[in-house]
Design a protein. Structure first.
Length: 334
C-alpha cells in the first residue's frame, strides 16, 4: 500500500505541471491587458508600462512561467496585481469559507442522495423510485446560477426567511480562530453566531449541493441494483435475514466503491461550482475571488488558485483510491 501511495504521489507531479502550463497559456491568450483592466481605459501609457514592469508582465511568456514556477517551489504564490496583497494571505482568509460551504453542500448531497438511492434500488419500480429518478434528472439539469437566483429570490426576497449574502448578519461582531465559522462558533460557545452561520449557509449550500446530490443518488441506485442481484444477497435472504439487514449490512458496503469514486470527483465539482454560487450569494470564498480575478486579468491569483484547486482535486482522488482496500478486502495493491 505504501509503495502504491508513493507511486501515485509521484504521478501527481506531471499532472500539476501540465495544469499550470495550460492555465498559464490560456490566461495569456485571453484578449485584453491586466494593467489596462486595473488602471482603467483612461490610464496613461507610462502608468501602464510601469505597472507591467512592476509585476513582470513585460517579460516573455516563458520567462514569466519560469518565474512563476520558481516562486511556487519556494512556497510563494506571488502578490495580487489588484490589491498588492500576498496570495497566501488572502487564501488563508478565503479558503476556509469555501471549504465550509463545500463541506456542508457535500453533507447535504450524501445525507439526501445516498438514502434516496438505497431506497429506490430496494423498492425498484415504486412511486418513490420514479419520483427519485425524476428528481435526480431535474437536479442534474438545473443550472446552479439559475437555481441560486431562484432560491435567493424565493426565500430571501419574497418569504424573507433566510439571508442570501455574506457569512454573518450585518454588524455582527465575532473574532474567528480558524475562519471556519461553524467550528469557531462552537469553540467559543457563541451560539447566536452559530445560528447566524447556519442560516447564512443554508441557501448557498443547498444550491451548490443540487447537482452532486442528484449524481450521488443515481450512482447509489445503480450500484445497489447491481449488488442486490448478486448470489450472496440471495443466499442471505434464503437464510431468513430481514431485508433491512441484507440491504444495509451486506449489499450497501459492496456497493460503496463506485459511490466513493463519484463522491471524490464531486469534491472538484463543488470547488468549480462554488465560483457561480459564491458570486450569486456574495460569499467571500475563493470561487468569487477567482471570478473577480479573471475579470481583472489578475494572473498570480488565477494561476495560484487553479493549482490549489488541482492539488485538492488530485489528493482527494488519491485518498479515494486508497480507501478501496479498506472498503473491499478483494482489492489488493502491488
Amino acid at each position: 500500500m505504501l509503495r502504491y501511495a508513493l507511486r501515485r504521489v509521484l504521478a501527481l507531479v506531471p499532472v500539476l505541471i501540465g495544469v499550470s502550463v495550460i492555465v498559464f497559456l490560456f490566461l495569456h491568450l485571453i484578449p485584453g491587458d491586466s494593467a489596462t483592466a486595473i488602471l482603467g481605459e483612461h490610464a496613461t501609457p507610462d502608468a501602464i508600462v510601469q505597472l507591467r514592469a512592476a509585476y513582470g508582465l513585460d517579460q516573455p511568456w516563458p520567462t514569466q512561467y519560469v518565474i512563476f514556477v520558481g516562486h511556487i517551489l519556494h512556497g510563494d504564490l506571488g502578490k495580487s496585481i489588484r490589491s498588492n496583497v500576498p496570495v497566501t494571505s488572502e487564501l488563508s482568509q478565503r479558503l476556509p469559507a469555501t471549504a465550509e460551504l463545500s463541506a456542508v453542500a457535500l453533507l447535504f448531497a450524501l445525507v439526501v442522495g445516498m438514502p434516496a438511492g438505497i431506497i429506490s434500488a430496494w423498492r425498484r419500480g415504486s412511486v418513490f423510485d420514479h419520483a427519485s429518478v425524476v428528481g435526480a434528472l431535474t437536479g442534474v439539469s438545473m443550472p446552479i446560477f439559475w437555481l441560486g437566483l431562484m432560491l435567493a429570490w424565493l426565500f430571501g426576497v419574497e418569504l424573507k426567511l433566510l439571508p442570501f449574502s455574506a457569512r454573518l448578519d450585518t454588524g455582527a461582531r465575532f473574532t474567528p480562530i480558524t475562519n471556519l465559522l461553524l467550528v469557531d462558533a462552537v469553540l467559543r460557545a457563541d451560539w447566536p453566531i452559530l445560528g447566524q452561520t447556519i442560516r447564512h449557509l443554508l441557501l448557498p449550500a443547498l444550491a451548490l449541493s443540487t447537482v452532486p446530490m442528484a449524481i450521488v443518488m443515481r450512482m447509489t441506485r445503480g450500484a445497489m441494483i447491481e449488488v442486490l442481484h448478486q448470489d450472496y444477497v440471495r443466499t442471505a435472504r434464503a437464510k431468513g435475514l430481514r431485508d433491512r439487514v441484507v440491504v444495509g449490512g451486506h449489499a450497501f458496503r459492496n456497493a460503496l466503491l463506485p459511490v466513493v469514486t463519484i463522491v471524490g470527483l464531486q469534491v472538484g465539482a463543488l470547488l468549480s461550482g462554488a465560483i457561480l454560487t459564491e458570486t450569486i450569494f456574495s460569499w467571500p470564498g475563493i470561487g468569487r475571488w477567482v471570478y473577480e480575478s479573471i475579470q481583472l486579468r489578475d494572473y498570480p491569483v488565477v494561476q495560484s488558485m487553479t493549482l490549489v484547486i488541482a492539488v485538492i482535486f488530485v489528493v482527494t482522488n488519491l485518498l479515494v483510491d486508497l480507501s478501496y482496500a479498506w472498503l473491499d478486502p478483494r482489492v489488493r495493491y502491488r
